[in-house]
Design a binder for this molecule. Sequence first.
Ligand code: TXA
Ligand code: MG
Length: 330
Amino acid sequence: MTILQADAPGAVAAAAAVLAAAELVALPTETVYGLGARADDDAAVAKIFAAKGRPSDHPLIVHVADEAGARQFASVWSERAAKLAQAFWPGPLTLIVPRSPGMAAAAAGGQDTVGVRCPSHPVALALLRAAARLGVPGVAAPSANRFGRVSPTLAAHVAEDFPADLLILDGGACEVGIESTIIDCSRDKPVLLRPGQLGRDRIEAVLGEPVADRDAAAPRASGTLEAHYAPRAKVRLMPADALKAAVEVLGSVGGQAAPVAAVYSRTLPRGPAGLPWRAMPNDASEAAHELFAALRELDLTGVPLIWIETPPADIAWEGVRDRLQRAAAA
Ligand code: TXA
Ligand code: MG
């Protein structure tokens, strides 16, 4: 494993050359780190599935430098897709569109659609442009974690999951912190396949029509499996009053040799000494930004349980709520 500082001279060019040579590169995006391979090379894409331990029928997102890049992978670029790309790209939004036959078959996991996204992280954009100059039309990249585990928001997280030979481009902490919002634009109505920091209210405002929830007809999506984003510890979501009562019980038992739980709470004051504790930010964007790092940190304390205060019900928290519910379902 090699970690290259993205701002070191030649780092982005070197990573682009590795991609062009059909090898893997872990790259920073504004959402989470991705494990990238050139999307037009099935053998390169197969290395992603092997490294992650991910079933090969789970489709990947193809990352491109701009809308024109995305259109190369699409057989139809609807007015909806164009509106959303123009409003929110570069940014944390993935569009599912009908796939151009002969493009990125392995990356699409056999679907006749493809997910495309233009990320806003300057390092990701620089890498996509440099790779394009070397003939790479797009970079397929799932989150750079092993299948089912917590997504990485730091280069160090990627290194924890992939100790073997991998080039990691270090672009610092991911600003958004949870994966992109996914909108299926391949059907008769727009469908929200995965909530993210870009809220459905903003998407509906641009489209001028409602965005439906995913249903049973939606293709399998690993980021949307119930049991996903799982730390090793069991995660339990609890309303503040139940969490408060549980913490009080632990406090009354007194100092424990090994704590049984770690707490991640937005509103409660810190519990008794010795109980691993982390305060959740009050702001939904800040909570998303640090969510996966917090889960990893609490998991590293070695406790069997992580108790998390149920986040607020309003739309700003939809993405964080979704990830926590999945972590708790594991
Ligand atoms: O923010 C992100 O989207 C990050 C960064 C690296 O860009 N990537 C990411 O990739 O989260 P991944 O593979 O962990 O999640 C991709 C999600 C999966 O749920 C996958 O099933 C869904 O996108 N997806 C990809 N192509 C699809 C398609 N053709 N139809 C339906 N879902 C698709
Ligand atoms: Mg993932």
